[in-house]
Design a protein around this ligand. Sequence first.
Ligand code: MG
Ligand code: MG
Length: 265
Amino acid sequence: MIHLKTDEEINIIREGARILGLAHGEVASHIRPGVKTSELDRIAEAYIRDHGAVPSFKNYNGSFPASLCISVNDVVVHGIPGNYELREGDVVSVDCGVYYKGYHTDSAYTYPLEGTDEKVLLLLNRTYESLMRGIAQAKAGNRVGDISYAIQSFVESFGYGVVRELVGHGVGKNLHEEPEIPNYGKRGKGVKLVPGMVFAIEPMINMGTRRVVQDRDGWTIRTADRRPSAHYEHMVAIRENETEVLTTHQYIEQRYAYKWRSKSQ
Ligand code: MG
Ligand code: MG
């Protein structure tokens, strides 16, 4: 069942998304070679709790141990922060969610550290572009498949792999609600988009094979060929005549020291 949101609910979600965006910015200002991923997690959790919210991911399913998913290089998503210290040339996906006044928010961004290979920078740029193309199709009257197709057709034209096992999702009182928003699909198919829908679009795009494997920790998802992967996520609200992007990467772009996107575009 799809829970359509009222304007009042969307207003609360927008407030939560601002806290989430600022928490991402705080993390961004600390991303550099030598920092431990557990330290980034500590910074995010403190920021979220200091601003009247709760980390959505902590204890998710009764077992996720952190406030961030930090997924480095061949880890696609759901990496657990720990003692690993970031290095030059790493690509690091930071996924975060906050629970605020009864509603969740969810967004993700993949950072290249300095020294990242040009081919990997292109993977990141194109994955980001696929998210923008997906968002452009997220409008009342379209169908989920229009979003899916826009993402898949764009990234597959470069030979990248689209992960099948993990998908975007509705967000609200629960972190994961219906509908599912796959990053692969057919135009004109799937659930019709109507005003009041709030969902996350989150392409997870692999440099090589689309196949993934899971570590024994029960969370970490890696590419089967161990080549890098990228992940960007925004939440949108479908309105009558417009689509609102609720989450923001603005504070990330402001506060991340390595200005890779302006450089490589
Ligand atoms: Mg999500
Ligand atoms: Mg997420």
